[in-house]
Ligand binder design. Structure first.
Ligand code: ADP
Ligand code: MG
Length: 488
């Protein structure tokens, strides 16, 4: 999307990398791009050899297996001077700063703080991440840092600012329970969802709550990447005793983005022991990831089975009502006037995740601010977001949705469009209608026509599927799989 276009840092290769990133994002979709490609940076370019740096070995291997062919191809077209591409890990022992910034970028890739809204989101960000010593910078070493290892704790990510709806109420309740109770009720709490649905928001909310109500509790919050980084560093400096001591003396250990824990090996083993010892001592462990424990790749079985031993909760994709609620809340926080019509329009169109929804609102708000507080209207919104909306439309067509849904449920497209009411056909039909509403910007009557139905049938189907997603886990997963294939 245009607002996320990469900025050149001066060298032609940086500019080219920016263009390549935009291309990769279009080809692989936002989710895959954010998880795997966005964290990559361009390193040295010498004698026709170009280094592309990944922050962890796990990420590097993943990129090499899944994306390197395509990246090579696009570079070849962009710049014939490049003869070879090396994917490397920038662990940063010799160059600690570089790893710090790349991790920091990833961590703070959530919406950029904007003063124009009158709330300085970054007021308590410390600009340091795990591994960076605070010893020489006492001005920064306040209690937040001890908790977060320098990761900025977003002051807006509080329970009060978290909008609760059908799709996230269980996760919210579980997070609140853990934050409020002194006794451990379920261990670990494992939160999962696809990207941008509020996991980090809930994690930070737990910390803010504990900091306020029970400041003596010793909390550590970090991402799995930071855990890996710290552990590898401890091994390197033969300092594992201090490492173990630090982690095993906490009251609450929180690990965000657990999918980046890396493949089986010593780090995972270390985590397993840390985890087990904390759980045995009755200390709370809270983990977030983009998949359920059983679906996580590269995680040892014994660790998986410990992870499912507590409470596993997921956050489902948002529904219309929740998106409306979130838009209202965010508009209030930004101090902007958001007309109902504009909110409805955004909530209808931008359904992929909350981060994107928020991004679109920020874009519209920024536009209005730049034009000296010009009123936000539907016309202006459509105009400001036209690239984004066009790409949503371009991405998926109703035909494609019908084809994929039919394939998935092993029926024919003809049956999907037919008037048959048997459940084996009717349910997939409703799902296809729901996905058409979610993933395209077609109106209800337009969708209806494609199924030879009227708009009330489509409306009913959308509502029905929204309800089913909450009640029926396996159906929800099927829909999520379909959505991912269609979006990529
Ligand atoms: P995740 O960690 O699941 O990728 P985040 O917690 O970073 O997602 O959320 C992305 C953005 O969406 C954040 O700015 C967060 O505040 C916002 N967000 C997500 N869910 C909600 C919600 N229910 N209420 C308010 N804001 C939300
Ligand atoms: Mg997150």
């Amino acid at each position: 999307m245009a607002e996320e276009a990469f900025v050149s840092e001066g060298r032609p290769v940086d500019l080219q990398w920016g263009q390549i990133c935009n291309q990769l994002k279009m080809e692989f979709g936002e989710t895959a791009f954010d998880s795997w490609l966005k964290p990559l940076t361009v390193g040295d370019f010498k004698d026709g050899v170009m280094n592309i740096c990944a922050p962890t070995a796990f990420m590097k291997n993943w990129v090499v297996t899944h994306y390197s062919d395509r990246i090579n191809k696009i570079w070849e077209q962009q710049n014939p001077d490049i003869k070879k591409i090396n994917f490397i890990v920038q662990t940063g022992f010799s160059d600690r700063r570089s790893v710090d910034t790349s991790l920091l970028k990833k961590i703070s890739s959530s919406p950029t703080p904007q003063n124009i809204y009158g709330c300085n989101i970054n007021s308590s960000s410390f600009g340091l991440v795990a591994g960076a010593s605070l010893a020489n910078d006492t001005s920064n070493s306040n209690s937040n840092n001890n908790i977060t290892n320098g990761t900025p704790l977003n002051p807006n990510y509080t329970f009060e600012n978290f909008v609760v709806g059908k799709t996230n109420e269980f996760a919210y309740a579980a997070a609140r329970k853990v934050a409020e109770s002194k006794n451990v009720s379920f261990n670990p709490l494992f939160l999962y969802s696809s990207v941008g649905l509020g996991k980090t928001h809930l994690m930070h909310s737990i910390i803010w709550h504990i900091k306020k109500n029970d400041p003596t509790r010793n909390v550590i919050y970090l991402t799995a990447e930071q855990f890996v980084y710290k552990f590898v560093k401890a091994l390197r400096y033969k300092d594992t005793a201090a490492f173990k001591e630090q982690f095993r003396s906490v009251d609450v250990l929180m690990v965000d983005d657990f999918q980046f824990m890396g493949n089986k090996g010593t780090t995972q083993e270390e985590f397993f022991h840390t985890f087990s010892s904390l759980v045995e001592e009755g200390k709370q462990v809270i983990i977030s990831a983009d998949k359920s424990p059983t679906d996580l790749d590269g995680i040892e079985e014994r660790l998986k089975s410990r992870l499912v031993g507590g409470l596993v909760v997921d956050i489902m994709p948002t529904n219309f009502d929740l998106r409306m609620g979130i838009l209202q809340k965010k508009a209030e926080l930004m101090g902007i006037e958001l007309p109902q019509k504009v909110a409805e329009f955004l909530a209808q169109k931008i359904t992929s995740n909350v981060r994107e929804l928020e991004g679109s609102l920020k874009r519209v708000a920024a536009h209005s601010q730049l034009l000296s507080g010009k009123e936000i209207t539907l016309d202006m919104t459509q105009d400001v977001l036209k690239d984004m909306l066009r790409s949503i439309d371009r991405k998926t067509t109703i035909d494609e949705i019908q084809k994929k849904v039919a394939e998935h449920f092993n029926i024919s497209v003809k049956e999907l469009q037919s008037s048959r009411r048997a459940r084996t056909v009717a349910r997939p039909r409703q799902i296809a209608m729901y996905l058409a509403k979610q993933l395209t910007s077609r109106s209800l009557p337009e969708i209806g026509r494609k199924f030879d139905r009227d708009h009330t049938t489509v409306m009913h189907a959308v509502r029905k599927v929204e309800e089913l997603i909450i009640e029926d886990q396996s159906l929800a997963e099927n829909i999520e799989i379909l959505r991912r294939t269609l979006e990529n």
